[in-house]
Design a protein around this ligand. Structure first.
Ligand code: FMN
Length: 273
């Protein structure tokens, strides 16, 4: 395996979790790591990383460096993404879309354009009225659901009002997006997360509401995909504990379901035609 050598800086690389000033001290050209064990623990929760200590060539002071497999990080910090305005007209007639709706679990390498992602997210859980209501219903209009998008470069939170993607982590989390192998092949995995703090009742009642509200969003995704020739499958097969940790979710934020989206893999004979 090839490694890239990266110094720890205040914009910590690795799994994108933030360090606090008490964990390190920056002085001139080097970083003094004060609480190495906390940093080791943070990194142990993230992608596979090796940590070693070495002399800084300039200052000769001791600093921490990370060895991170190439591909797990990009040189740049993940930035917010302004999505193109969703195209909200056109598409196949509803009855045809209902005829074609189905689950697909085999995804080809074709990527999803930013415009298509914007349209997909709008169809799933976008704002469709001036008062801020959405394309899917929610009990008492609590709008407790959040849709996250896991893509190759990291995980984003869909900001429906701002029509934007907010960075969550820049780690490639596609392997964490599902326990079935095909999830890692899908260019987009949506994660439906309920903020149960926005709901009333006991835990069971809150989860029942969140489950129902998620179903509408997932069906919107199914119908959009059928209309656009995309493949999709809604999934309960997700390691909620590990993924929740990687996404820095609060305890009240519960992962309900995931949904993989991509272009269906074509059979070799179909591709040749
Ligand atoms: C709540 C729910 C959870 C599901 N979880 C998974 C899953 O973890 N993995 C999977 O491959 N399909 C999953 N599915 C998809 C179903 O297997 C699929 O809808 C069913 O086989 C019927 O096929 P169809 O969607 O093509 O009509 C799930 C569907 C629902 C509604």
């Amino acid at each position: 395996m090839r490694y890239r050598l990266t110094c720890l800086t205040p914009l910590l690389v690795g799994d994108g979790r933030k360090l606090s000033p008490i964990d390190y001290m920056v002085w001139k050209d080097h970083v003094n790591v004060l609480d190495q064990w906390r940093i080791f623990r943070l990194l142990a929760k993230g992608p596979p990383s090796a940590i070693l200590r070495m002399e800084h060539p300039m200052s000769k002071s001791l600093i921490a460096v990370l060895l991170v497999p190439l591909g797990l990080i990009s040189g740049q910090e993940l930035k917010p993404v302004a999505l193109p305005t969703p195209q909200t007209s056109g598409g196949k007639p509803l009855m045809q879309v209902l005829k074609e709706r189905k689950s697909v679990r085999d995804f080809g390498p074709e990527q999803i354009s930013r415009q298509m992602l914007s349209n997909l997210l709008w169809a799933a859980w976008g704002v469709n009225r001036e008062d801020g209501r959405r394309t899917a219903p929610s009990a008492s209009n609590r709008q407790e659901m959040d849709v996250y998008a896991i893509v190759a470069e990291g995980a984003y939170l869909y900001d429906a009002k701002g029509n934007a993607l907010k960075p969550v982590t820049q780690t490639d989390m596609r392997k964490l997006a599902g326990t079935q192998a095909y999830a890692a092949d899908a260019p987009v995995n949506l994660i439906f997360v309920a903020d149960t703090a926005k709901l009333g009742g006991d835990d069971a009642a809150r989860l029942a509401t969140a489950n129902a509200d998620t179903g509408f969003i997932a069906q919107n995704v199914y119908l959009f995909c059928a209309s656009e020739g995309l493949g999709t499958v809604v999934r309960g097969s997700v390691n909620r504990a590990d993924l929740g940790k990687a996404m820095n979710l609060r305890a009240e934020q519960r992962i309900i379901l995931a949904q993989s989206v991509g272009y269906p893999k074509q059979s070799p004979s179909a591709a040749a035609r």
